[in-house]
Ligand binder design. Structure first.
Ligand SMILES: [Zn+2]
Length: 191
């Protein structure tokens, strides 16, 4: 698996695990709330209080395991985020020379994907970090992609998928001179 594949699938897996755990939590609490408690003797306010306490107690203990799993996942997500922050390139803006070179390399057209793996090809207006700057992407020519305003907005700060990387490198083979590198995406090392 490529480095990007590892990063992408870890994050994707974490997202799915989080969804599953939240469903598990909701399901456990709901079943605990709907379960019938043992009948309580006596009458009046005291009985109502007992019944409520029983329900709350059951819901609480049903929430312990999924709650702990959610906490573990939240810690893992926090570790990933803090490492992303430590990786951030101190320089965020591409230099005018990088922009010039990157735009010329793309022929002034958007290099991003417009469905079915095809190239967008609208006039490019932005120099975009392929691997997002906020997630540790380098401000380098290898991480530079020419993007139109629309694709730039749509892309946001998502980690690109290994498929998107592979397809862009394949497209670049068609419009880049054979002498230049088609590689796209670069990430800063952990300091
Ligand atoms: Zn575009």
């Amino acid at each position: 698996m490529t480095e990007l594949g590892r990063i992408y699938w870890t994050r994707q897996g974490l997202r799915w695990a989080y969804t599953v755990v939240l469903l598990w939590l909701a399901f456990s609490v709901l079943t605990a709330l709907m379960a019938k408690g043992s009948p309580v003797g006596g009458a009046g306010i005291a009985v109502v209080a007992d019944v409520f306490q029983g329900i709350l107690g059951r819901a609480g203990s049903a929430a312990v395991l999924p709650g702990a799993a959610a906490a573990v996942l939240a810690v893992a997500a926090a570790v990933i985020t803090s490492r992303d922050v430590r990786r951030r390139d101190p320089v965020r803006r591409f230099t005018s020379e990088q922009r010039r070179e990157g735009m010329a390399r793309a022929g002034g057209l958007c290099e991003l994907e417009a469905g079915f793996g095809r190239r967008c090809s609208r006039p490019a207006e932005h120099g975009d970090h392929f691997y997002p700057w906020s997630k540790g992407g380098s401000t380098s020519l290898q991480n530079f992609v020419a993007a139109c305003a629309r694709c730039n907005r749509a892309k946001r700060a998502q980690v690109p998928s290994p498929g998107q990387q592979r397809r862009m490198e394949r497209r670049r083979r068609e419009y880049l001179p054979p002498s230049s590198s088609v590689r796209v995406g670069e990430r800063q090392p952990l300091p």
